[in-house]
Ligand binder design. Sequence first.
Ligand code: CMC
Length: 391
Amino acid sequence: DSVITLDPGYKNTGSCQSAITFLDGEKGILRYRGYSIEELAEKADFLEVAFLLIFGELPTKAQLAKFHSDIKAQSVVDEDIRKIVDAFPKSAHPMGVIASLTSALTAFNPSSVNVDSEEDMYKAICKILGKFPVLVAWTFRKKNGLPLDYGDKNLGYVENILKMMFKQPNEDYKMNPIVLNALDKLLILHADHEQNCSTSTVRIAGSSHVGLFASLSTGISALWGPLHGGANQAVLEMLEGINADGGDTDKYMSKAKDKEDPFRLMGFGHRVYKNFDPRAKIIKKAADEVLNDLGVEDKILEIAKALEKEALQDPYFVDRKLYPNVDFYSGIIYRAMGIPTDMFTVMFALGRLPGWIAQWREMRLNKEPIGRPRQVYIGETLRSFKTIEKR
Ligand code: CMC
């Protein structure tokens, strides 16, 4: 019998070979296809980064224009999807809605279910990159009682997302360049993070050769949890709670360190980073700039900075190498942009979409075998069946 190695949470198990994202958790390095995250966040736009992640190289002008136009050509969703959006209660969590809508897309796009050739993959990729922002905007608008509209094909990819979300009826939408720039940066920073929980979920689901959209909807569900993408919502709720409780950060630091108390300092710690999360550094700076540029004063930012300062000096956090992660400051920017707390993780999904797609495509092109972990059985040995009367 082969010996099964037990590795709960896959802390030391590589599930695949990948050429997409390089991460050095000890040094706090993150690169997409060899380009540093700092340089990409500064110089690239989100669609360029999406192309880079999915196809491996930065696009030329012509390649990017074609990619964008192929995506725009696919940005209409079936009118019946509107009925599905309408049928959700207003109180529904947007992550549940968006996961369901992504799954529902398979029903309206049967050709995207079996995508074995690179050509079919490309079509499915453009479809989801075109339709997903529409679903995000509709989810947001439905909650806000706004009519569900389509985008504006004359706009850039991210500009269009903002307009689709925020345009009020009978009003010219004025793009705020600060908000646009901040969203572009946030989406780039979230675009891939190698074999995290949601990405591994997408790869495992896709390894059964279920189609792209179905694989993505499993990733969206995995992202929702507060230990993963849902942390951005949890961070803001935590900061608001501390604020409402008088802003006593010491009290919450003690709670986070108390092993009897389930409270954790949300937005702190990471499975792989044992140093500063490089994304958090960029986002902290952006949060300062965005709030300043928009003229927003937010007590929550002060509380976040105080918590970070205390944690970075506290032996509990220092010994365990717990640093702020990507989610610690992102919610503060989303909030300043007018995005409600329960939409934060949806914004993360919007950013992660190209990463999931790239990882799914790589898995299929590598012809990886079906993902099927083993286990160490610790249950009962053979027992004989007792009829219900005798139990
Ligand atoms: N607050 C207090 N203690 C913590 C925290 C925290 N945020 N994170 C880890 N610890 C402690 C933990 O209790 C454990 O202590 P001990 O060794 O005494 O038992 C030690 O640090 C190691 O933690 P772990 O839970 O074994 O580490 P993990 O790799 O399994 O979990 C994590 C990583 C991100 C789930 C965890 O750090 C956490 O729950 N953080 C808060 C949630 C969060 O911010 N998640 C977002 C992660 S980044 C974005 C993303 O992945 O989507």
